[in-house]
Design a protein around this ligand. Structure first.
Ligand code: KG4
Ligand code: ZN
Length: 349
């Protein structure tokens, strides 16, 4: 079975082709066209500009995805595609509308069924794209950390999600982006902060770990970002040199990681978890990946840990295909075009 996935929920235009056979998943192509250069001067995503870029990029992405898939399998063509899976939310409405309408037009033209996919579900299922993960045991605890979300989610089976906790204010990726902006490092902040942090001292600044001592599984990152702001304001601007920035990046990153790991371990103990999964753009952070892996190994007996490979952590369409393989709902070609874009789509029942 081959699924074509389309993802345009934010600022990446992505089209992928993924095949599933008895051995597991094979990513035939996963084209991601980034808009960073367009949005960087504004310090964040401008929704209408994002939609305009998606419109420009989506057709070339589709052509490239089909071309690469052909090379990968030597026989993939439209007739070999069984289903079109598209992100319908949560995300920026102008961006989502481009992907959803493009998917509908393709489905109508090619006479293929279409399936609506939740973006957060996509991030979680990026963990299944690694073939060795095909027999993962439930209950699974997913920590989703991205630019828009910070959530701890309990999965007792495929497609069933219980929200255990989330951020009360900023998402952790948003905090990375805002701290990078106030340190004058540009957009997006996550990759730059993590690069600077490699050369910095994480103990140099004593930043808060918001809500770490509370028993609940909720997070807060806006106070941490404000603590960085006050610390920077205290400093004479002449002393804000490279070393200062590296130390601040490392101290901020460590404070965020400490809270994420602490709450994940608390949740895993409370719910008798068998597998922990990291996912979302911030899961690309090397320190978070290493420290999470080490802490789980040290503190949790018999709990497995998964994370997608780095390029599958940030937004991409292969993860959208992965969800579609596990959905059991019947698909009819006639009713398939009745899907909508939704900025606040929730996973939880
Ligand atoms: O999942 P994603 O691509 O888009 C959303 O669904 O939001 O996540 C983007 C977020 C941005 O906030 C970005 O700064 C962050 O992921 N990010 C990182 C890293 N790479 C991307 N944060 C920390 N370290 C990284 N290496
Ligand atoms: Zn995302």
């Amino acid at each position: 079975m081959i699924i074509l996935g389309i993802e345009t929920s934010c600022d990446d235009t992505s089209v992928a082709l993924v095949q599933k056979n008895t051995k597991g998943f094979k990513i035939l192509s996963n084209i991601v066209s980034s808009q960073i250069k367009i949005h960087a001067p504004y310090g964040g995503i401008v929704p209408n500009l994002a939609a305009r870029e998606h419109l420009k990029n989506i057709e070339p992405c589709l052509k490239q995805a089909l071309k690469e898939a052909c090379l990968a399998s030597r026989r993939t063509e439209n007739s070999k595609i069984d289903l079109i899976a598209v992100t319908v939310g949560p995300g920026l409405i102008p961006s989502l509308l481009v992907g959803v309408n493009f998917a509908k037009a393709l489905a109508y033209n090619w006479q293929k069924p279409i399936m609506n996919i939740n973006h957060i579900e996509g991030h979680i299922y990026a963990n299944w794209l690694n073939n060795s993960n095909s027999t993962l045991k439930f209950p699974i605890l997913a920590l989703v950390v991205s630019g828009g979300h910070t959530q701890l989610i309990l999965m007792k089976k495929h497609g069933q999600y219980k929200l255990l906790g989330e951020t009360r204010d900023d998402a952790v990726g948003e905090a990375f982006d805002k701290v990078a902006k106030l340190l004058g490092l540009g957009y997006p902040g996550g990759p730059i902060i993590s690069q600077k942090a490699e050369k910095g001292n994480p103990k140099k600044f004593n930043l808060p770990r918001p809500m770490i001592n509370r028993q609940n599984l909720y997070f807060s990152f806006s106070g941490l970002k404000t603590a960085v702001l006050y610390e920077v304001r205290k400093q004479d601007s002449k002393e804000i040199n490279n070393q200062y920035i590296n130390d601040m990046a490392a101290s901020f990153q460590q404070a965020a990681i400490d809270v994420l790991i602490n709450k994940t371990i608390k949740a895993a103990k409370k719910y008798n978890i068998k597998n922990i999964m990291l996912s979302g753009g911030v899961a690309a952070n090397k320190e978070l990946r290493n420290q999470m892996k080490q802490t789980i190994k040290k503190d949790l007996f018999n709990v497995n840990f998964q994370m997608p490979e780095i390029k599958l952590c940030t937004d991409n369409a292969a993860m959208i295909c992965a969800v579609a393989f596990f959905k059991k709902k019947p698909i009819s070609k006639q009713s398939c075009l009745h899907i909508n874009a939704d900025s606040n789509l929730k996973l939880f029942t």
